[in-house]
Design a protein around this ligand. Structure first.
Ligand code: BG6
Length: 501
């Protein structure tokens, strides 16, 4: 007799556990480590997804003892983890946790780190396997990579996980890649774009390639245009040093936004391996262009009100130059030049201090050719739109026209919704949980390859070169709005408008 399958396990896949290893975090005193990495590691530990033999070494410039580091990380987990705090799980993780003070320019520190790693290897049985996580600016990476390569032992594997930004422009990204490739091969390098770790972004692949009904209409014949919004209500959160150099174009457009476009526009990959998926994304990135400078708009926020609270303008944020010309908002019209998408605009916008936090991909289909209903106006019956709610309220919704109950034939737009919250019992994992685990498993599918990064920079460099010649006066939008007037004009010129929410 065959046993009936357990319905509660339906849809759950069991992945193998990673090999024993040590995780070294460079930049361990930074925000990313306490707000994202450590909480993610804790959630993985809680679900028993980390290797049984495991250890973490934090490395940063500041002086700190092992105990003080552990205590600080414990507080970070209590404050930022998505799961309730479990002392036993934490103690298990903390037992393999160490800290090394490291001046990135000084070799002595590296020796000290190497000693600590060997010591911890012996204690934890981690067989010389190492994941190095670079949560440091690109300028600090080159020296560290040299040092790691110099001290690499013949035992165990090495993987480098590199946070964005990967370089500052095309030239510096190429130099960084060349430096890394002196010692490591592409399959040892994991460039993080945490948007690819978001469940809802991966669900775009499921939606497109696991369903028969969308793919036939996913093209220029049926789709009028695509709108992608990455809106944040927060400001720069004390990161002026970084943001003044980056601006919205390097902070969001170059990576998260272009990856969202690539996932939306890519051809079906032949399988779900790292190279197949990345080859298809690369083709999109290569064929992307913006039709000209007036189709890229930038903005900077002035003072205003966000969610009822008064907030300062960008130039008043601490650490920002009073006459700063850094953009905190970008909107653009992009085209993907291939048979599927020719002449179909992708309107994208992203910014800080906008009216609210919302990331959506909206696929707007063409209108029905001839609706026979006299009462249906353009306003009451909007075109069908497939909305991917990346965050918050994660889910997918399809806008369709429906008859309003009662006499006559009044039509109104309604939504068919799939909400993660209501469908799956398990809360959504944080992007970093997935990505840290994938790097430990050596699965690079959700990481950006060097050629993708270069295509992304090529587009950004072209935009930035134009901006250098253009005169603009900032600030040009009030905090708490949807960006500068020029952003509306960009889309109105084509007889379309941004989705109102
Ligand atoms: C980061 C940017 O990559 O993404 C931040 O540096 C931004 O400026 C953040 O706030 C947004 O991420 P999320 O997951 O909150 O949408």
């Amino acid at each position: 007799m065959t046993e009936a399958p357990n319905p509660l396990l339906e849809g759950l896949t069991v992945r193998r556990r990673p090999d024993p290893c040590l995780l070294v975090i460079f930049g361990a005193s930074g925000d990313l480590t306490s707000k994202k990495l450590m909480p993610a590691l804790y959630s993985l530990a809680l679900r028993r997804l980390l290797p049984e033999k495991f250890g973490i070494v934090g490395a940063a410039r500041s002086e700190e003892s092992d105990e003080a580091f552990c205590e600080r990380m414990k507080q970070a987990v209590q404050e930022h983890a998505r799961d309730p705090f479990d002392e036993e799980v934490w103690n298990g993780l903390a037992a393999g946790m160490r800290y090394v003070t490291l001046d990135f320019a000084d070799n002595d520190g590296e020796d000290h780190l190497a000693e600590k790693l060997i010591e911890l290897d012996n204690e934890r049985g981690t067989l010389g396997n190492r994941v190095y996580y670079f949560a440091v600016p690109p300028s600090a990476i080159g020296t560290l990579v040299d040092e790691i390569a110099e001290r690499r032992s013949s035992e165990g594997w090495v993987r480098l996980v590199i946070e964005k930004p990967f370089g500052h422009d095309l030239q510096s990204a190429r130099e960084l890649t060349a430096k890394i490739q002196e010692h490591f091969s592409e399959d040892e390098v994991f460039r993080i774009d945490h948007y690819l770790g978001k469940e809802t972004v991966q669900n775009m692949l499921a939606l497109r390639f696991a369903n028969g009904i969308f793919e036939p209409i996913w093209n220029r014949q049926f789709i009028d245009h695509v709108q992608i919004t990455v809106a944040e209500s927060i400001g720069i959160e004390g990161r002026a040093g970084y943001y003044e150099q980056a601006g919205a174009i390097r902070d969001i457009f170059q990576n998260h936004l272009l990856q969202l476009v690539a996932i939306t526009a890519m051809e079906p990959p032949i399988d779900f391996t790292a190279d197949s998926v990345r080859n298809e994304k690369l083709k999109v990135l290569k064929s992307m262009h913006t039709p000209g400078p007036k189709h890229v708009v930038r903005g900077q926020y002035g003072p205003g009100f966000v969610e009822g609270k008064e907030v300062p303008g960008y130039r008043e944020e601490s650490g920002v130059a009073p006459g700063s010309m850094t953009e905190t908002f970008v909107a653009a019209k992009l085209f993907v030049d291939n048979w599927r998408w020719a002449d179909t605009p992708f309107y994208v916008r992203m910014g800080k201090r906008l009216a609210r936090r919302e990331t959506t991909i909206a696929i707007q289909f063409k209108r029905a050719p001839h609706p026979p209903f006299a009462d249906a106006t353009e306003e009451s019956l909007r075109p069908n739109t497939l909305l991917i709610h990346v965050q918050p309220n994660e889910g997918v919704s399809l806008a369709i026209g429906a008859k309003v109950p009662g006499q006559g034939m009044t039509i109104r737009t309604v939504h068919m919704d799939f909400l993660y919250g209501g469908t799956f019992r398990e809360g959504l994992p944080e992007a970093y949980e997935r990505l840290i685990l994938d790097a430990m498993l050596g699965d690079a599918t959700l990481f950006t390859r060097s050629d993708e990064i270069e295509e992304q920079w090529a587009l950004v460099d072209a935009i930035v070169a134009f901006w250098k010649r253009e005169r603009i006066s900032f600030p040009n939008y009030a905090a708490g709005t949807w960006g500068p007037a020029a952003s509306d004009e960009l889309i109105h010129r084509d007889g379309r408008s941004w989705r109102r929410h």
